[in-house]
Write a protein that binds this ligand. Structure first.
Ligand code: UAG
Ligand code: ATP
Ligand code: API
Ligand code: MG
Length: 489
C-alpha cells in the first residue's frame, strides 16, 4: 500500500518530509523486526521509548516513520498527536478492516475469559463454523496454533492476525479482552459484535488505580459495541447479572443485552444444578427452550462459564441440541482444573487460579469433594498487584490442611520478598516456604497420602517461569508427573 493511502486515514498529521510514491511493505512497531520497505511507528512504552530506535529502524530498511515527537530523518516522516492511536487506525486500514468481515466476539471479566473463549469455540465448531481464537494460551486459526505475548496483543498484531483469519476463511473470531488492552487502546479499530462480561473481582491493582478504575476499563468493551441499530447486523452484550457490577456494564452499551444468572431472573439460567466430583449437570433454560446438560467441567464457576457461552450461542441462533452436544463434548481446558494422570492413590490438579476469587472458587470445589487432606502449592507473580498476595495466602491457609508457598513468576522482584508479602501477618501457620517451585511441587506430592488432593495453583498452561528478565522452561504439569513417578518408584 502507498504511504499516502495509509496516512489518508489520519485526520491530522504533520509531514516533516513526504517522498512521492513510497510503497510500504509492512507496518512495524519494533525496530528489531523492521525489514526493507517497512513503515516504523514509534511508541513511547512503559519500558523504553520507540523514538530512540528510529536510527535502527532506518538502518534495517524503514522507508517511512510515524512519530509523536518532532524528529528529523532522511526518510518520509509523519508526526501525529498520539502514535498509539494512530497505530490502531493505520493497522485496521492497512489490513482492510478485517473485523468487519466476520462476527467478532470479545470476552472480558476478571476470571473465566479463557474458559469461556474455548467453550464458545467448541459451540461454533460443533455448529460447523471455522473459528479464530486469540487469548492467554495462544492464537488459533482453525487448528493452527501461534504464540502470543499478551492475553490481548497490541493493535498491530491483532489486525494482522484478523487479516490472516480472513485469508484462512475463518467465519467467526473469539478473543479475550483484558482490562489493560481496553485501557491502552489495543482494541481500538476492532468491530465487536458480541461482548461478554463474566465477573469482576480483585486483580491488577498495580495497573488500575482502584476497583472503580478497573471496572471503567472493563466497561469500555461495552461502550465500543457500536451505536447503530441495523436489523441485519445486531450487536449483543452478554452479561452475568449475578455480579454486583452488572448494572454499570449494562448501562455502558446501547446494544441488546442477554443476561445470564444462577440466582436471579435472566434470559439464560441453570436450574437443578448438580455438582459432582467428576461431572456437572443442570437444566439449561433459554429464551428458545430448555435442555438437560451434563458436562465434564466441574465446579459452580464452570456453570457460569457455560451460561456465558450459551448467551453467545443464543445471540448467534445456535440450536439447543448443538449447544448440548458441544458442552458435553468438551473435557477440559489446558491448565484449568487439569488433573495430572498417573497411577496413584491421591489426586493432583494443576489450575491457573492466580487471583483471590479464582483460588477461593477452585478450593471450594476441591473442599466439596476431597475425601481427605488438601495440600496447596501456590505463589504470586512479581511486578503485579501486591495486595493480592496476603489475600491469596489467607485463602490457601483457610481451605488447605497444608500449604507450600513458593515462587510463581517472580519477574524482576526478589522471590523472598514476594513470599514475605504473602505470609506476613497470617494467623495460621500450617505452611512451609520452599522458594524453588520444582522442589515445592515434589515436596507436596511426597506429602500426599491416600485420597488427598494436591492443588498446584497459579501457572496452569504456562510452560515457562520468568525470573528476572529470563524465561526458563517450566511446566507444572510435567514437574508434577515427574514427582508422581519418582514417588511411585
Ligand atoms: C505494561 C504493558 O502492558 N506493557 C506492554 C507494552 O510494553 P512496553 O510499553 O513496556 O514496551 P516497551 O518495551 O517500552 O517498548 C516501547 C516500544 O519500543 C519498541 N522497541 C523496543 C525495543 C527496541 O529495541 N526497539 C523498539 O522498537 C517496542 O516494540 C515498542 O513498540 O507493549 C508490549 C507490546 O504490545 C506488551 O507486550 C507489553 O506487555 C507486557 C509484556 C505485559 O506484561 N503486560 C501485562 C501487564 C498485560 O498487558 N497483561 C494483560 C492481561 C492480564 C490478564 O488478563 O490477567 C494482557 O492483555 O496480556
Ligand atoms: N467464572 C469464573 N469465576 C471464578 N473463577 C473462575 C471462573 N472461571 C475460571 N475460574 C478460575 O480462574 C482460573 C483462570 O480461568 P481462565 O483462564 O478461564 O480466566 P481468565 O479470565 O482467562 O484469566 P486471565 O486473566 O489470566 O486471562 C481458572 O483456572 C479457575 O481457577
Ligand atoms: N495475565 C496475568 C497472568 C498471571 C499469571 C501468573 N502466573 C503470574 O505470573 O502472575 C498477568 O499477567 O497478570
Ligand atoms: Mg485468559
Amino acid at each position: 500500500m502507498k504511504l499516502n493511502e495509509i496516512i489518508s486515514i489520519l485526520p491530522f498529521y504533520k509531514a516533516m518530509y513526504l517522498a512521492d510514491d513510497v510503497i510500504i511493505n509492512e507496518i512495524k512497531m519494533d525496530s528489531r523486526e523492521v525489514n526493507q520497505g517497512d513503515l516504523f511507528i514509534c511508541i513511547n512504552g512503559y519500558t523504553v521509548d520507540g523514538h530512540d530506535y528510529v536510527d535502527q529502524a532506518i538502518a534495517n530498511g524503514a522507508v517511512a516513520i510515524i512519530a509523536e515527537n518532532i524528529i528529523y530523518t532522511n526518510v518520509s516522516t509523519i508526526i501525529v498527536p498520539d502514535s498509539q492511536r494512530a497505530l490502531s487506525m493505520i493497522a485496521a486500514h492497512f489490513y482492510n478492516y478485517p473485523t468487519t468481515k466476520f462476527p467478532l466476539i470479545g470476552i472480558t471479566g476478571t476470571n473465566g475469559k479463557t474458559t469461556i473463549t474455548y467453550l464458545i469455540e467448541s459451540l461454533l465448531n460443533e455448529y460447523g463454523r471455522k473459528t479464530g481464537v486469540i487469548g492467554t494460551i495462544q492464537m488459533k486459526i482453525g487448528d493452527h496454533l501461534f504464540p502470543v505475548q499478551n492475553t490481548t496483543p497490541d493493535s498491530l498484531f491483532l489486525q494482522k492476525s484478523f487479516h490472516k483469519m480472513v485469508e484462512c476463511n475463518v467465519d467467526t473470531a473469539i478473543m479475550e479482552v483484558s482490562s489493560h488492552a481496553l485501557d491502552m487502546g489495543r482494541v481500538y479499530g476492532c468491530d465487536f459484535d458480541i461482548a461478554v462480561f463474566s465477573n469482576l473481582s480483585q486483580d491488577h491493582l498495580d495497573y488500575h488505580k482502584n476497583m472503580d478504575d478497573y471496572l471503567r476499563a472493563k466497561s469500555l468493551l461495552f461502550a465500543q459495541l457500536g451505536n447503530t441499530y441495523k436489523k441485519t447486523h445486531r450487536k449483543f452484550a452478554v452479561i452475568n447479572v449475578d455480579d454486583s457490577r452488572h448494572d454499570i456494564i449494562g448501562r455502558s452499551t446501547a446494544q441488546h443485552i442477554i443476561t445470564y444468572s444462577c440466582k436471579n431472573n435472566a434470559a439464560i439460567t441453570a436450574e437443578n444444578i448438580q455438582l459432582d466430583a467428576n461431572k456437572t449437570s443442570f437444566r439449561l433454560v433459554t429464551p428458545v427452550g430448555e435442555i438437560m446438560i451434563s458436562s465434564k467441567l466441574i465446579g459452580m464457576f464452570n456453570v457460569y462459564n457455560m451460561l456465558a457461552a450459551v448467551g453467545v450461542a443464543t445471540a448467534l441462533h445456535i440450536p439447543l441440541i448443538t449447544i448440548k452436544a458441544a458442552l458435553e463434548r468438551i473435557t477440559g481446558i489446558s491448565g484449568r482444573f487439569e488433573p495430572i494422570e498417573g497411577d496413584h492413590s491421591f489426586t493432583t490438579i494443576v489450575d491457573y487460579a492466580h487471583t483471590p476469587d479464582s483460588l477461593e472458587n477452585v478450593l471450594q470445589v476441591i473442599k466439596d469433594f476431597a475425601k481427605n487432606n488438601i495440600i496447596v502449592v501456590v505463589g504470586c507473580g512479581g511486578d503485579r498487584d501486591k495486595s493480592k498476595r496476603p489475600q491469596m495466602a489467607a485463602i490457601a491457609l483457610n481451605y488447605a490442611d497444608k500449604v507450600i508457598f513458593t515462587s510463581d513468576n517472580p519477574r524482576t522482584e526478589d522471590p523472598q520478598a514476594i513470599l514475605e508479602d504473602m505470609v506476613h501477618g497470617q494467623k495460621e501457620n500450617h505452611y512451609e516456604i520452599i522458594e524453588d517451585r520444582k522442589r515445592a511441587i515434589y515436596h507436596a506430592i511426597n506429602l500426599a497420602g491416600d485420597h488427598d488432593v494436591v492443588l498446584i495453583a497459579g501457572k496452569g498452561h504456562e510452560t515457562y517461569q520468568v525470573i528476572g528478565h529470563t524465561k526458563f522452561n517450566f511446566d507444572d504439569r510435567e514437574i508434577a508427573k515427574e514427582a508422581i513417578l519418582a514417588k511411585e518408584n
